[in-house]
Ligand binder design. Sequence first.
Ligand SMILES: CC(C)(COP(=O)(O)OP(=O)(O)OC[C@H]1O[C@@H](n2cnc3c(N)ncnc32)[C@H](O)[C@@H]1OP(=O)(O)O)[C@@H](O)C(=O)NCCC(=O)NCCS
Length: 145
Amino acid sequence: MLTIRKFDPIDMFSVIKLASETLTEKYSPSLFNFFYESYPKGFIVAEIAHKIVGFIIGIKTTKDCSRILMLGVSKSNRRQKIGTLLLNEFLKIIINEKVKYIELEVRTDNKKAKDFYTKHGFKIKGRIKEFYQDGKSAYTMIKEL
Ligand SMILES: CC(C)(COP(=O)(O)OP(=O)(O)OC[C@H]1O[C@@H](n2cnc3c(N)ncnc32)[C@H](O)[C@@H]1OP(=O)(O)O)[C@@H](O)C(=O)NCCC(=O)NCCS
């Protein structure tokens, strides 16, 4: 059975492992702790049979604006709407806090994620050159709430 729930610090190892398997960018483990402490409500996981299969980390940058920092679903569990459930749970939280818009960056060559976010009403706002560690560019995407 799939459960979408708040992140618990005991999930930290599993989330860091999943992030390293699903995301191209490499993040220092301490960053996960930093994001969790910055906005604990925005750290949400998907679990099946006690295994973490997806996670989202979002923060509030201003009173009106939120930002998705990471979203990952394990390869074997994709196209099962787990990403959608994680995103919707985060949206519910920030809509409740009267946030007006949500932003994120996505690699220009990450078609899957771009299609995912487009399907969820995000629009490309701009492009940032050399945004990633490997020198690749990002699209900035935005959704008004
Ligand atoms: C992007 C990601 C989170 C999507 O998660 P998911 O659980 O597979 O997505 P969902 O099942 O909720 O997909 C919802 C919709 O998004 C779109 N979508 C998702 N994956 C897609 C893909 N590979 N190709 C095209 N469209 C896709 C589809 O419209 C899909 O609806 P459908 O299955 O009814 O056609 C997942 O592919 C992933 O973890 N990718 C690697 C990490 C990453 O790129 N993260 C985002 C950048 S931070």
